[in-house]
Every structure is written in C-alpha cells, then in structure tokens.
Design a binder for this molecule. Sequence first.
Ligand code: GSH
Length: 191
Amino acid sequence: MAIILHGNQTSPFARRIRMQLEGVDYTFQPVDILTDEGRAAFATITPIRKMPVLEDDGSRIFDSHVIYQHLQQRLQQPQLTLAQYNQISVIDAVSDSMVILLMSQRSELPVEEDRLIFKLQRERIEDSLHWLDQQAAAGQFDDWHYPTICLICMVDWTLFRALHSLTDYPNLLAAARRFDDRDICTSTRPQ
Ligand SMILES: N[C@@H](CCC(=O)N[C@@H](CS)C(=O)NCC(=O)O)C(=O)O
C-alpha cells in the first residue's frame, strides 16, 4: 500500500487521519498554506485547497470524512455507529466555527463585536461544547476509537491556538487528556 498524506502539524483534520493511520507505513507530505508559493503548489493537489488530502495507490481523496471511510474499509477498522457520526459532526462544528473566528481575527475583522456572523459561531461553539461535555460525562469518549481521536484533535488544536480555555467543560477536557501518554498523541501534537 503506497499512501501519501498531505497535511501539516497543526491541522486537527489532518491529525485525525495521522492517528487513524497509526501503525501503517505512509509518507507525510507537509503542506504550506501560509505562502503564495505553498498555496499554489497545494492547489495542484486539490481544488478545495484544504488539508488533509490522501493519495492511495493512484487515487486522490479530499476531505477527512471521505478519507476516514476509505481507510476504515481498507484497514478493516470497526464501523462507527450513527451516535458516533453525530459526535464527529458536533466536533467538526466546533472546529469549523473556530476556524471562521480565527480567520476573521487574522483578517482584522471585529470578532468581539455583536455581529451576526460572529454571534452565530459563538452560540454554536458553546452549545456544541456543552453537548460534547455531556457525552463525555456519559462515557462516550472513554475508549480509544475514531470519535475520541477527533475530540483529542479538536481540543488540542483549540488550546494550542488559545481560541477557548474549555475550563467550563471539565468532562470534555478530562476525556481528551485520558490518552495523553499514547505515542501517537505525543508524536502528532500541534506545535
Ligand atoms: N471538512 C474538511 C475541513 C478541512 C479543513 O478545514 N482544513 C483546514 C486546516 S485545519 C484547511 O486546510 N484550511 C485551509 C483553508 O481554509 O484555506 C475536512 O474534514 O477535511
């Protein structure tokens, strides 16, 4: 199996695939989206210009969700339940809204002001974090599986970018910390 994963060390969406690929031989191809040259090079790989992108024996796959499905079948990993897909959707909603706020900040937009687009993201983030905290309290992230991986990637990235303290969500934080000592967690942590 010749697998190439395009991503970088900070992307939570690329990291979840790196963690899914634990124990599999693959090449990690760093993506640079901060320079014009890097973005132009990445645009030759994917029209949506988002990481991760996976290449597997000639097939090119965009989006972590499709990549996950492909690898799950290829590596014969367990099927997720509908409840687990819901958990991933909520984790994604948090990451996507935080990305919007981060990009707005970097574009020097007034994210602290009471504007609809920012308010919508903040409301979604808090409701989703609250829901995930309840899921964590109910033991939904106690085991090592893909939703737990996605949660760890979202939490570590949020803290790394200092986008939210998450202190109001102790169950969620505890769930994300439970597997801190695993090699795949330390070797892929954003830096
Ligand atoms: N839905 C996509 C989201 C991927 C995504 O947002 N990736 C970010 C990095 S964390 C990215 O490449 N952003 C570049 C951009 O938006 O220009 C997935 O699950 O793969």
